[in-house]
Design a protein around this ligand. Structure first.
Ligand code: ARG
Length: 478
């Protein structure tokens, strides 16, 4: 996966064009081209703008980084906020958003940020899922349960709430889509971070000579956990659950073990091949993505773990099958009595199919929600249709939507999609090792800059906003 597209300062970006594209909600193909559509292809930023205030605000700059607050940064935040609030009011048929817009604008001008209402947060998180163009499972976007933990900032509390998230999402096997939203980034205080890419991750122990025990995808995280004092399991196993690594604002990263009874795992067996169970494979029930930030109306929630349920190929074709992961195809083929000396007998294809059969069967037998790629492909096309009925275009990235097994046997293969970026959305943080956190000193300076910026700008509101203030300003200020 090419994580290098994401600049290290992306946490301080204001949403809009030029955002990092490393979104991940599904299987991960080797080759992805970051195809940006022209801005006009984005229904919220462009096409629908005429219905609300967004039509009047200046276009957002191509990008904005942590160099400091400038007038354009505040304008961008304002534009994003207006766009989101307008969308929220329109889709929920709440009437004119004027009063709320006025409030939000005041808050941004005085403090450099604003606070979403619980209803806005819930809607924003759901629409972030709806806008995730790499996710095939979006039919149920409205069912996302939103846990509002924005007041939670201390690392032990974040770890504890993450464990509660796991339990609530697992729900005894009837998996529920859940997101837990922790404190947002604010000009004077960055929000907390979870360094694990998912709440449940298996350790990848480097043994030297390039060999890894466990999941090679997690060697960096495992090393970091070690460096922070995590002793690792003895002996090292292939499926050792890593602790949570959490960083609260301005503090060092801390290590938090996840209680074993919060992690539901499924031993992988095959309905026909008795020997399969002896491979000792297992996987966890709930994929809770925790290294992506949630962006709603210009506000960045850097820790907002979210989950759906698995589609079998994620585990069968990728996690257990990829040569850079658990690399099980040759072992399975050998047990199946297939020669692995030539590719021509399609031993990889046959082993992968049986591995996928085993994953689906094991989850179902254990009573744990999982979907298969055929079912999910049909549902995704239903989702697109439903979105179109609501007058919304559905962004989709073919390279991520098309399943990594039996691709052309699924209907999602046989068409193209429009892909475009619109917020709210989820974006990946820079990878471990490339992250930078602004110091408190820097942040303090930015707050001062906000205050300084505000003064000369007071008299130069955009005309539509001045009108608005005249309409509602007096009563609101009192
Ligand atoms: N592909 C990832 C994995 O195999 C999980 C990504 C999220 N998947 C999901 N079904 N919500 O762990």
């Amino acid at each position: 996966m090419d994580l290098n597209q994401v600049p290290s300062d992306s946490r301080w970006r204001i949403p809009g064009r030029g955002r990092p594209r490393d979104r991940a909600l599904g299987p991960e193909p080797g080759d992805r081209s970051p195809a940006f559509p022209p801005p006009s292809a984005c229904p919220v930023a462009g096409g629908e703008a005429g219905t609300g205030f967004a039509a009047d605000v200046a276009p957002m700059p191509a990008e904005w980084s942590s160099a400091g607050y400038g007038p354009s940064a505040l304008d961008s935040l304002l534009a994003s906020a207006e766009q989101f609030i307008t969308l929220f009011y329109r889709e929920n048929r709440l009437g004119a958003p004027d009063r709320r817009l006025w409030h939000v604008r005041r808050r941004i001008e005085t403090s450099g940020t604003y606070w979403h209402t619980p209803a806005e947060l819930e809607f924003g998180a759901r629409v972030a899922w709806r806008n995730s163009s790499r996710c095939i499972g979006r039919l149920y976007w409205r069912s996302l349960r939103v846990r509002d933990c924005r007041e939670v900032t201390a690392a032990p509390d974040i770890a504890a709430e993450s464990v509660t998230h796991l339990r609530e999402a697992t729900n005894g096997g009837r998996i529920r889509p859940v997101i837990t939203v922790f404190a947002p980034d604010a000009p004077d205080r960055p929000g907390p971070r979870i360094l694990n890419s998912q709440l449940v991750r298996y350790a990848g122990y480097e043994t030297g000579y390039g060999a890894v025990i466990g999941d090679p995808a997690n060697t960096g995280l495992t090393r970091l956990a070690y460096d922070l004092g995590w002793p690792g399991r003895r002996p090292a196993g292939r499926f050792d659950v890593l602790p949570l690594l959490v960083q609260e604002a301005g503090a060092p990263v801390t290590v938090h073990e996840i209680p074993a009874d919060a992690v539901l795992e499924i031993p992988i067996e095959h309905p026909e091949f008795r020997w399969f169970a002896n491979l000792g494979l297992r996987w966890y029930a709930v994929p809770v993505i925790s290294d992506m930030y949630l962006e709603i109306g210009g506000i960045c929630y850097p820790a907002a773990p979210f989950n759906g349920w698995y589609m079998g190929t994620e585990i069968g074709s990728r996690d257990l099958g990829d040569s850079g992961r658990y690399d099980q195809l040759a072992v399975i083929a050998a047990h199946m009595g297939l020669s692995v000396t030539s590719d021509r007998n399609l031993w990889k294809d046959r082993a992968m199919t049986e591995l996928n059969v085993a994953v689906l069967d094991s989850f179902s037998t254990a009573g744990v929600t999982i979907t298969d790629h055929h079912t999910e492909s049909v549902r995704f096309l239903q989702h697109i249709e439903r979105e179109e009925r609501h007058g919304r275009a559905c962004p989709a990235d073919w390279t991520w939507i098309v399943p990594p097994a039996a691709s052309s046997a699924t209907p999602v293969f046989h068409r193209t999609y429009e892909d475009f970026d619109q917020t709210p959305n989820f974006y990946r943080h820079p990878p471990l090792g490339e992250r930078t956190w602004p110091s408190f000193h820097d942040l303090r300076q930015r707050v001062d800059e906000v205050a300084a910026l505000r003064r000369p700008r007071d008299g130069e509101h955009a005309p539509h906003l001045r009108m608005l203030e005249e309409q509602v300003g007096v009563e609101e200020q009192g």
